[in-house]
Design a protein around this ligand. Structure first.
Ligand code: DC
Length: 214
């Protein structure tokens, strides 16, 4: 068995930062799977196509070049996140992105993946699974601060409404909904700064390593 670390959870829970730091700590490659869905949504928007067009979204997912996505600032916007959440509900899109994610997870030395369905669908046998969450208010406040620092004038109320809409769509869809895997450890970061959250995450991974002899 290899050290696959599955980090799932809702938007702005801290899962991306935690996953990136776990990857550094253990010297593992990291895939932010949200970027794949963001790239598909952004492609439709750029082509002037509807986010309800499952055939076009599936085609965009099939043709996706996953390299360099983390360097594209256009994918970090709220608009790209919303578009991602919409195209992510299509079964065609999800299955088009499945092989790529499973191949990443299956790398010889192990891997860290973060998203919504890593512990349930992409890597159900991963020895280390975390479900990172926080209250919607705290997550909205974190995201709002980030965006305000970049000059956005979105209000906190609108940010909270966006987060709640995303949560409902991601958890309520039929295809691979966001849900904590039965064997994932819940990490609630509501009252934690990033250092405390990362420490807690590392302890969860250490316990999983000890349990599986990794
Ligand atoms: O993690 P993120 O905010 O970048 O994800 C953007 C959207 O992509 C999210 O609202 C739902 C979708 N997503 C998904 O359905 N499955 C994943 N594994 C990752 C993201």
């Amino acid at each position: 068995m290899t050290l696959i670390i599955a980090v799932d959870g809702p938007a702005a829970s801290g899962k991306g930062t935690i996953a990136a730091r776990l990857a550094l700590t253990y010297g593992l490659p990291h895939l932010d799977t949200g970027l794949l869905y963001r790239a598909v949504g952004a492609r439709l928007l750029a082509q002037g196509l509807s986010l309800d067009d499952e055939a076009a979204a599936t085609e965009a997912a099939r043709g996706l070049d996953a390299s360099g996505l983390s360097d594209d600032p256009g994918l970090t916007t709220g608009e790209a996140g919303e578009a991602a959440s919409r195209v992510a509900s299509f079964t065609g899109v999800r299955s088009a992105l499945l092989d790529l994610q499973q191949a990443f997870a299956a790398q010889v030395g192990g891997a860290v993946l973060d998203g919504r369905d890593i512990g349930t669908v992409i890597a159900p046998d991963a020895p280390a699974k975390l479900f990172v969450t926080a209250t919607p208010e705290v997550r909205a406040a974190r995201r709002w601060k980030q965006l305000a620092a970049r000059g956005s004038d979105i209000s906190f109320e609108d940010m909270l409404a966006d987060i709640q809409r995303r949560d409902e769509r991601d958890a309520g869809r039929g295809a691979a909904p966001m849900v904590q895997a039965d064997d994932a450890v819940l990490l609630d970061t509501t009252d934690m700064g990033i250092e405390a959250a990362f420490d807690a995450a590392r302890r969860i991974v250490e316990a999983a390593r000890a349990k599986h002899g990794l």
